[in-house]
Design a protein around this ligand. Structure first.
Ligand SMILES: *Cc1c(COP(=O)(O)O)cnc(C)c1O
Length: 268
């Protein structure tokens, strides 16, 4: 009688994806508790830019519903593939479909080029990366056909890094005021990216400043009652971000593994 059976290699990677995912969920929960909340108050966006479609399907089977991409072409393609997959599963019925959601939510987290706005808003639930009045105007114009306003976050460049995208802190208030007349668009909050640092503690002040800006705006009523999303934290720093008040984190490599140097170089 075989006590330990050898696992085929795909099973092994399946199992480790599951383990990595559950570990990230645990770490989110622990960080949320340190900030006086529970893990279910923090939305995990699984960033799939380095993931395979099989890995995405497996994560859906584990209960994950929010996914993020940083390039429109891949976002649109994957949203279609997953929609088709879920449709097929639900049609077939059976035991497998019990844990599957009807649909998943896609987040556009990368720089959005103005000529790709139309495509992006067809599939995405939240755009994290609005960083100019012109982009906001384009989204508002394109979203006229949507049943509901397009929900967006403003990307803030707190650290004022030259290489990073985003609006400076003081300009955020002004942009939100300008967006008030855009009826097909709803500002839900802020997104920020910290500088890359080996020790995530060094970027804590960046997250703290973003949280302060977010709270100031809320106190002043800027953005209205639904201005309640603070998206910050990635694989390397999501725990610090949660401790600083993030309620959305965008985590890729900690779940799916590290990128190959090649895909790294291609990342937009
Ligand atoms: C890739 C990416 C992430 C996730 O990065 P990881 O370090 O792999 O977790 C988060 N946010 C944005 C905007 C990204 O482009």
């Amino acid at each position: 009688m075989a006590v330990v059976s050898e696992q085929p290699s795909t099973m092994q990677s399946d199992r480790s994806l599951r383990e990595r995912y559950l570990e990230v969920k645990d770490r989110i929960d622990a960080a949320a508790r340190r900030s006086g909340r529970t893990g279910d108050r923090v939305v995990l966006v699984a960033v799939t830019k380095y993931a395979s479609i099989e890995q995405i399907r497996e994560l859906i089977g584990l209960g994950q519903v929010d996914f993020g991409e940083n390039r429109v072409q891949q976002l649109v393609q994957r949203a279609a593939q997953i929609e088709e997959y879920l449709g097929r599963k639900h049609e077939l019925g059976g035991a497998e479909r019990r844990n599957l959601p009807d649909r998943v939510r896609w987040h556009m987290i990368g720089t959005l080029q103005r000529n790709k706005v139309k495509k992006a808003i067809e599939v995405c639930r939240l755009i994290h990366s609005v960083e100019s009045l012109r982009l906001a105007e384009d989204i508002n114009a394109a979203a006229v056909r949507r049943e509901q306003p397009m929900e967006v976050l403003l990307q803030v460049n707190i650290a004022q890094e030259r290489s990073k995208h985003g609006i400076t802190g003081p300009a955020v208030r002004h942009l939100i005021d300008q967006m008030e007349t855009m009826v097909n668009l709803q500002v839900r909050g802020l997104m920020c990216m910290a500088p890359i640092a080996e020790d995530p503690e060094t970027v804590r002040p960046v997250f703290e400043r973003c949280r302060e800006l977010f709270e100031d705006l809320r106190r002043e009523g800027v953005g209205g009652a639904r201005f309640d999303v603070l998206s910050m934290g990635m694989s390397n720093d999501f725990e610090v971000a949660i401790e600083c008040g993030a309620n959305v984190v965008r985590v890729g490599s900690a779940i799916f593994g590290t990128a190959t140097p090649e895909s790294d170089a291609n990342a937009g």
